[in-house]
Design a protein. Structure first.
Length: 366
């Protein structure tokens, strides 16, 4: 049997009865938009992250867009971020006519290099948007300190891949002015469609985000601002609620699976130059992907394909080298360029069996 890249089937079998029961409840009450499951999920996620407010939305992309809109980002404003990320990070900046200002990455973590942020600050800087790539946050203390010392610049953590991770004992999504996550099915905590959430402890930002989520509406058909149709539906909320009960166990298993990979690679004594993305000692990762850095990626991916083992590249080309974004900002990011040619992600799920991991590594190094 082919090893799945992400094993959602086994996970579903473990929570099937809870998911079906919760979906049946939605079907029975018929409140598909902003039904009671939405508020229940928001309260559960607030409790999980210890954030004061959670606003569920239609996707992780929508979470980022609504957050920028809530901050009043306008054309010509500059948002500091990384080019080594999924397109949503830059897409929402460009949609508002703002400018993504690129900062290169730390080659060990593949996250934004916090030590290079101050070099690109300007009077036009209106937000800093670090990405918690592969399931691990960057050094949010450093980023928050830079923001505070330069006029209290808002910080938006793009935590689409890191919900459940922690930095110095605090949960991702509750580390900065705003945190945004995604419940895309492949994420560590995913629904069966699109979904996302915004987290903040700022009452005014939360109020504005809630209005933007429903077309800028304060009261029914009374519009306080320009908004979007950005609500998360009740069925998707019900699915995330059912999965949340198992989530901490899954995080533990994810970390165990990652450790198994590291030990299997180390014990193989291979001559292939293989490094894994480093997880710093003051934080945890939920391993949204298990990513290696290799020199001859094409050859390794070909070997895995021949063995019927899937792999993926997150991400093959930095955003500042891609057509829609390459002329928005001309900052050089050579580390991102180099790392993009080396990364390869292996099959990864909390239910991945050790014997399958061993087979994957055996085929990778043969």
């Amino acid at each position: 049997m082919k090893i799945p890249f992400i094993d959602l089937k086994t996970q579903f079998e473990a929570v099937e009865s809870d998911i079906r029961a919760r979906i049946d409840t939605v079907l029975e009450h018929g409140q598909y938009i902003m039904g009671p499951e939405v508020k229940e999920l928001e309260l559960a996620l607030q409790d999980y992250t210890k954030s004061k407010h959670c606003i569920t939305v239609a996707s992780g992309t929508e979470a980022l867009l609504i957050s920028l809109m809530a901050l009043g980002i306008k054309p010509g404003d500059e948002i500091i971020t990384t080019p080594f990320t999924f397109v949503s990070t830059a897409e929402v900046i460009a949609l508002l006519g703002a400018i993504p200002v690129w900062v290169d990455i730390d080659p060990e973590t593949c996250n934004i290099d916090e030590n290079k942020i101050e070099n690109v600050l300007s009077s036009k800087t209106k937000a800093i948007m670090p990405v918690s790539l592969y399931g691990q946050t960057p050094d949010m203390n450093k980023i928050n300190a830079i923001a505070k010392n330069n006029g209290n610049i808002p910080v938006i953590e793009d935590a689409a891949q890191s919900f459940g991770a922690s930095f110095e004992g605090k949960k991702s999504c509750n580390l900065s002015t705003i945190g945004c996550t995604s419940f895309f099915p492949a994420k560590p905590l995913g629904c069966y469609g699109d979904g996302g959430a915004i987290f903040t402890s700022d009452d005014e930002i939360a109020k504005i985000c809630r209005e933007i989520r429903v077309h800028g509406q304060g009261e029914r058909y009374i519009y306080n601002r320009v908004g979007v149709g950005g609500r998360m539906d009740a069925i998707q909320a019900a699915i995330v609620l059912a999965k949340l009960d198992r989530f901490d166990w899954e995080i533990e298993k994810r970390q165990e699976v990652a450790k198994n990979y590291e030990e299997l690679i180390k014990s193989s004594k291979t001559n292939i130059d293989i490094k894994h993305v480093s997880v710093k000692s003051n934080r945890t990762s939920v391993y949204a992907q298990y990513t290696l850095l290799v020199k001859d990626r094409d050859a390794i991916q070909t070997k895995l394909n021949k063995a019927n083992i899937p792999s993926a590249i997150y991400y093959p080309i930095p955003l500042n080298e891609q057509e829609p974004y390459k002329n928005l900002c001309f900052n050089s990011t050579p580390i991102s360029h180099s790392i993009a040619k080396q990364v390869i992600s292996l099959p990864f799920s909390p239910d991945l069996k050790y014997e399958d991991q061993k087979l994957i590594i055996d085929k990778l190094i043969e």
